[in-house]
Each structure stands twice: as structure tokens, then as C-alpha cells.
Design a protein around this ligand. Structure first.
Ligand code: G3I
Length: 348
């Protein structure tokens, strides 16, 4: 398949031969180059910043609230619901014509305090009530939900154990959330979302076995969300291998939180800058090509976890510090080399 990169490199080669300066690639908005929605996450605190807003509205066609539609923002300690932050995000998306992806109804890392002390019956009622209330409120506004986020164990050996699974069952709590969400909004596309599915083949395999289990039980799982917080040091082929396996289910596939850190959190990072950037370009190219190799009907959206490098959660974590360049646009809103890797992997 001729890709934009092969055509571009061809024309650059010809131009070089002719002695003409290489013409820069035409800077078209990402949403006009991708054959599916171009997604981005963000938070209400960014909406008033013109630089962020103008870039998002120009380049993207889908929005994921980075935290305002999570339990941490909605469920108060007394069990009441505060939709004010989530409503601001829904209004922003509607005002700017952005498709809205809801993230995330049930997550192992949130809700323990609010559900503490409830007996099994009350716990189940509160669980159903929460999923029903949130999904119903945004019916017709949110087109899709990450219904359960990060169900698989960190090392890929089975599923996580947490307050949801301990109270309602390892698989049953997942099925229950999908069933209630589907009842609340039968039109919503419902995703199981997780990370390191490409980075850690064992985790990807466990995730896909969970999808199979849920589908065999009749659970309304409509989509696979692969967060794709890429480890750029992984071997070539891991990403493509996961996408080939995932595609077999015929479900929608959402690259839901793409970023590709130039830093290593495993050890002292002695890689020369050029090597890190080459690794980033290679893995992001592989991911984009693997996504584009999916049948068109399965390409739900291609979402990056932040608009500009400084917006990334990776530059907000005190441990990691700042200065990482994991996204498609730099601090000024100019396309990065990672943007070139994505665009270069798209069909000409
Ligand atoms: O800005 C508000 C502040 O106004 C408020 O007073 C305070 C109250 O706690 O919260 C502040 O918001 C924080 C928000 O990030 C913005 O910085 C939240 O506390 C904090 O929990 C939130 O962290 C988010 C994290 O998920 C937990 O929700 C990160 O932004 C977000 O990037 C991260 O995203 C996750 C995905 O959901 C799942 N996959 C992994 C990914 C990265 O960890």
C-alpha cells in the first residue's frame, strides 16, 4: 500500500534530484487526513486557553474528558452525584462540534471510599444506580463509553482484584456495568479499555481472553479500547500482532489514549536523543499502520492523550518531571516528529 510517507519520500527524492528545495508536507488538519474521528483528551481548565482550544478545534473531531467524567469528579463522599464538571465538558464538545467519548464509568482506582461500608445488596444497588445515572444523563450527547477501565492485572496474569470485583464478582461486576450502561443508552458504543496491551503481549492476550469470555456470556461489549501509552523500546511487531488478534472479534477498535514517551521509567536512560526519537517514530508508525490495516468498519477513532507535549499527564507527574515529547504537537502547537510518523503512515 502506498502510504503518505512513501509518496512524500518519493517526491522529496525527486525534488532533491532536481535540486529544488524539499517542499514541506502540506499541513492539513489531522481530522481531514484520518479516515475516522481524530480524538484528543483535555480538561475543562484548558477550555479558556485560546492556544489549546484553537488547536483542538482545528485538528480534532472527537473529545475525551481527561478526568471530569470519572467517578472522582462525579461521585461525592456522601454518595450524591455532582455533574457540574462533566456538564462543562459535554457543553464544550457540543459547542465545538466534537464527538464526545465518555471516560470512564468503572475503574479499579476510584470509588473505594464512596462505596466503603456498604453491604452487598446496598453496594450492588449503588453500583447500578451510578452507572445508570451517568450513562442516562449523557444519552444522546456521549456516543461511546469506556465502561470498564483497566480490568487486567498489571503483569497480565489474570484480572485485577479490587473493591468492585470483591463485592460483585471478578467477571460479574464487568458484565453488570456493561448491561446497565446498555440499558441506559442502547445507542452508546460500549468499550472495554486497557493499557500495555501492545507493550506486554501477555497482558494483551489476557485482555482478549476477557473480551471473548464477556462476548460468550452475551455481554454488550461493542469495542476494544487500547490506550496505547507506547513503550517505544518494545520489539518491532508486538503492536501489529496485538491489532491482528484484536481485529478477529470484529468489534470497534479505539486507539484511546496514544502517547509515546521519549523517557524510560525503568532505568537510567542512556539512549542518545536520536535513538529515542527513531524508536518513537518506528513504533508510532507501526501503530498507525496496524490501525489503518483494520477494516474501515472497525476503526472507531484514533485518540491522543493530550493536544500538546506540555499538556501530557507525563509532564505533570512529579516523578517524571517535564520535558517529555510524547504527543503530536509541541508547546507552540506546531506538529512534532511524532505527528510526521502518524501522517507518514496514512494512505497517500
Ligand atoms: O485540576 C483539578 C483541580 O481543579 C481539583 O481541585 C483537583 C481535586 O482533586 O483535581 C484536579 O484535577 C486533577 C486532574 O488530573 C487534572 O490535573 C485530578 O485530581 C487528577 O486525578 C487527574 O488525574 C488524571 C488521572 O487519569 C486520574 O483521573 C490525569 O489527568 C489523566 O491524564 C489520567 O489519565 C489516565 C486515564 O484516565 C486512564 N489511562 C491512564 C491515564 C494516565 O494515567
Amino acid at each position: 500500500m502506498a502510504t503518505r510517507r512513501s509518496v512524500l519520500s518519493g517526491s522529496l527524492a525527486l525534488a532533491a534530484c532536481a535540486g529544488a528545495p524539499a517542499a514541506p508536507a502540506a499541513a492539513r488538519p489531522l481530522k481531514d487526513m484520518l479516515p475516522c474521528p481524530a480524538g484528543v483528551c483535555g480538561m475543562s481548565g484548558q477550555f479558556a486557553e485560546a492556544g489549546w482550544r484553537d488547536l483542538v478545534v482545528r485538528e480534532f473531531s472527537q473529545f475525551t474528558p481527561e478526568w471530569e467524567m470519572k467517578m472522582e469528579a462525579i461521585l461525592r463522599p456522601d454518595g450524591s452525584l455532582d455533574f457540574s464538571r462533566a456538564d462543562v465538558c459535554a457543553d464544550f464538545a457540543a459547542r465545538h462540534g466534537l464527538r464526545l467519548h465518555g471516560h470512564a464509568l468503572i475503574w479499579y482506582s476510584q470509588g473505594a471510599d464512596q462505596f466503603a461500608g456498604l453491604d452487598k445488596a446496598a453496594f450492588g444497588e449503588a453500583y447500578d444506580r451510578y452507572v445508570l445515572a451517568v450513562t442516562s444523563r449523557y444519552r444522546g450527547k456521549v456516543v461511546s463509553w469506556d465502561v470498564v477501565n483497566e480490568a487486567v492485572a498489571e503483569d497480565g496474569d489474570g484480572l485485577r482484584s479490587h473493591h468492585w470485583s470483591q463485592a460483585l464478582g471478578e467477571i460479574d461486576h464487568i458484565r453488570r456495568a456493561f448491561d446497565v450502561a446498555h440499558t441506559a443508552d442502547p445507542q452508546a458504543v460500549l468499550f472495554l479499555n486497557d493499557y500495555n496491551l501492545e507493550n506486554l503481549p501477555r497482558k494483551g492476550a489476557t485482555f482478549l481472553r476477557l473480551v471473548e469470555t464477556l462476548l460468550k456470556a452475551g455481554t454488550p461489549v461493542h469495542g476494544i479500547g487500547t490506550q496505547s501509552h507506547l513503550d517505544v523500546e518494545i520489539a518491532e511487531g508486538q503492536i501489529a500482532g496485538f491489532f491482528r488478534e484484536a481485529a478477529e472479534f470484529g468489534l470497534q477498535i479505539h486507539v484511546s489514549e496514544l502517547d509515546a514517551s521519549l523517557k524510560s521509567d525503568r532505568r537510567l536512560d542512556l539512549r542518545p536523543d536520536g535513538q529515542r526519537r527513531a524508536q518513537q517514530a518506528a513504533r508510532v508508525t507501526e501503530l498507525t499502520e496496524a490501525f489503518m490495516a483494520l477494516p474501515a468498519a472497525q476503526r472507531f477513532a484514533f485518540t491522543v492523550w493530550g493536544a500538546r507535549d506540555p499538556d501530557s499527564w507525563l509532564n505533570r507527574d512529579a516523578r517524571a518531571g517535564s520535558g517529555d515529547e510524547p504527543l503530536l504537537f509541541d508547546a507552540s502547537g506546531a506538529p512534532t516528529s511524532m505527528h510526521a510518523a502518524v501522517v507518514g503512515a496514512l494512505p497517500a
